[in-house]
Design a protein around this ligand. Structure first.
Ligand SMILES: C[S@@+](CC[C@H](N)C(=O)[O-])C[C@H]1O[C@@H](n2cnc3c(N)ncnc32)[C@H](O)[C@@H]1O
Length: 214
């Protein structure tokens, strides 16, 4: 579904207390946003933020950042925040490819890739969030043993991601091609896309990989 452009979206994001815009211009790393040393989890392409917000509520001892590069989507995400939302999450209106610029090296515990855009044309593979260029960025910002958690309905993207991760030496922690019928579904928090796909009867792929120590 195409989202309508609403005038003043960027200005709204600038003013919204739950949103960080232009993180590369802050003059400090995002690690400093929270006044504590709690683990940091980052979702790339957080959409309208259901997964981000529900995780933050469920896990008050973890700090969350949800990156969203589309102004229209980030605006919807910001609009669905509530005054009494927990303090441990922020929406970052930005492309996730700047993680290295905005986080300290080795400081993120977990990266979530939920229903990332599949970019089916080979000429667009570089945009896939599991392309080697992105994996190099994740390696730089993840802590030792830091993890990537990936969910997708798209089998082609999933197969490609497994290949990329294997070739790049990540340690596989778990993998399933039917999350909702597997033992790994316990405690699963669904994203907006996941809810839609599950209602359509689609199977959900999930994997977790760990950064190997050098
Ligand atoms: C298919 S939607 C999935 C949204 C949400 N994760 C879910 O599962 O409901 C993918 C989202 O990722 C965003 N996105 C894609 N590439 C991105 C990137 N490099 N950095 C930040 N956001 C990105 C898109 O704008 C889009 O909103």
């Amino acid at each position: 579904m195409r989202l309508r452009y609403v005038p003043g979206q960027y200005q709204y994001l600038k003013k919204c207390e739950k949103t960080i815009t232009d993180p590369e211009k802050l003059g400090y790393k995002l690690n400093k946003v929270f006044d504590n040393k709690a683990p940091i989890h980052v979702e790339l392409g957080c959409g309208k933020g259901k997964f981000l917000r529900e995780n933050a509520i469920k896990n008050p001892d973890i700090n969350y950042f949800g990156f969203e590069k589309s102004v229209k989507v980030a605006y919807r995400c910001a609009k669905s925040t509530f005054e009494n939302d927990p303090p441990n999450y922020y929406i970052v209106y930005s492309n996730g490819d700047i993680l290295k610029e905005v986080f300290e090296e080795g400081s993120i515990d977990r990266i979530y890739l939920n229903f990332s855009d599949p970019w089916p044309k080979p000429s667009h593979y570089k945009r896939r969030l599991t392309h080697k260029n992105f994996l190099d960025i994740y390696k730089a910002v993840l802590v030792e043993n830091g993890e990537i958690h990936m969910k997708t309905d798209n089998n082609d993207l999933f197969d490609y991601s497994i290949e990329q991760l294997k070739a790049d030496g990540w340690e596989f922690v778990m993998i399933t091609r039917d999350l909702h019928k597997s033992i790994y579904n316990e405690g699963n928090i669904m994203t907006e896309y996941e809810e839609r796909f599950v209602n359509e009867g689609k199977k959900i792929n999930k994997l977790i990989v760990r950064k190997k120590n050098d």
